[in-house]
Design a protein around this ligand. Structure first.
Ligand code: PHE
Length: 341
């Protein structure tokens, strides 16, 4: 057997091993119990003493050379596999950096702020009241006696507290009118934003949890003309000069006369389209002259004072201003939608 050729052959097999696992198999083959080296070592004893020494040294040199070659290749392969693993696990942090943007206020919050700003600019103060209300504030004081059919306008969510149906999630912000009038003598010029709840099924134009902004004016000599003028001024301030407002007769127990407040359809600019049912107008809220019974319920002399009130839906206003056709977009929390505003 020519040892040099064998050595070269072994060296070539070691350097061409292409994985740590393959090299481990080769190590067993070259150095393990079944290896050529092991067989020759076992045969040493059978050799004549003068050959035994030389063969013993040769076997040892070969083993050392093979171990060194295996160790060198093992280190190479391990480094290569580590580098490949690092590459595979690498995080491209440059992709993350642009997402570290600053958030901003939700469109509904921005809208409430803007509505308050407009009314504050017109001389109104801002007041708030509780979301969980009593029957008195939400209905009774607003001239809805028990069993009054107008209560059916509101799909009320009652709270399991006290007498049955005595405590509820307010169905509108009108109870805050009562709270403001209890605390403060006229003249009153206030807006009252806040969350309201109704047992409504969600669809493109309804949410069971939504906001309202209530307005209340009580002063001497206030007329329906003051109401119409205030709403027209507000409409131009919020939507711009090309959107008009109109009032349509309606009914609320706490105002008399009562009206629906409509604005020019922002989608078709009044021409008539699907969104406005071809009318050219969109309904934004209710309003009217404060009913004398409501003033009497809070001890204000209805012979001296008169007033108007209105209640708008800020979510609907945001939809109209921005041309959004589904109110559910506001609560789905899709960041791609929200970040546009
Ligand atoms: N509270 C009424 C509603 O929620 C709206 C309204 C407010 C009507 C003030 C008249 C005056 O439908």
């Amino acid at each position: 057997m020519d040892d040099r050729i064998t050595d070269q052959d072994i060296a070539a097999r070691i350097t061409s091993s292409d994985s740590v696992a393959a090299l481990a198999e080769l190590t067993t083959e070259l150095l393990g119990k079944g290896s050529d080296l092991a067989a020759r070592k076992a045969a040493l004893g059978a050799l004549p003493p003068e050959e035994r020494r030389g063969e013993g040294r040769r076997l040892n040199d070969e083993r050392v050379a093979i171990e060194a070659a295996l160790a060198a290749r093992r280190a190479e392969l391990a480094a290569g596999e580590r580098a490949a693993r690092y590459e595979a696990e690498r995080l491209d942090l440059t992709e993350v950096v642009p997402h570290l943007r600053r958030g901003h206020l939700h469109l509904v919050t921005q809208t409430l702020d803007e509505l308050e700003d407009i009314f504050v600019g017109m001389g109104f103060t801002v007041a708030e009241g509780p979301v969980v209300e009593t029957d008195w504030y939400n209905f009774e004081a607003l001239n809805f006696p028990a069993g009054h059919p107008a209560r059916n306008m509101y799909d009320t969510l009652y709270v399991d507290l006290g007498e049955p149906e005595s405590t509820l999630l307010r169905t509108h912000t009108s109870p805050v009118q009562i709270r403001v009038m209890e605390k403060q003598a006229p003249p009153i010029y206030s807006v009252m934003p806040g969350l309201t709840h109704r047992r409504d099924t969600t669809d493109a134009s309804h949410l069971p949890n939504f906001h309202q902004i209530e307005g209340l004016v009580v002063d001497e000599g206030i007329t329906f003309g003051d109401l119409a003028g205030t709403l027209e001024a507000f409409t131009h301030a919020y939507f711009g000069g090309d959107i008009q407002s109109r009032l349509r007769p309606s009914y609320f127990p706490f105002t008399e006369p009562s009206a629906e407040y409509d604005v020019t359809c922002v989608f078709c600019k009044g021409a008539g389209c699907r969104t406005c049912s071809k009318t050219g107008w969109l309904e934004l809220g209710g309003c009217g002259m404060v009913h004398p019974n409501v003033l009497r319920n809070v001890g204000i002399d209805a012979e001296v004072w008169s007033g108007f009130a209105f209640g708008f839906g800020p979510e609907r206003m945001a939809l109209m201003k921005h041309g959004i056709n589904d109110i559910r977009e506001l609560v789905t929390n899709d960041i791609r939608f929200l970040e546009q505003f």
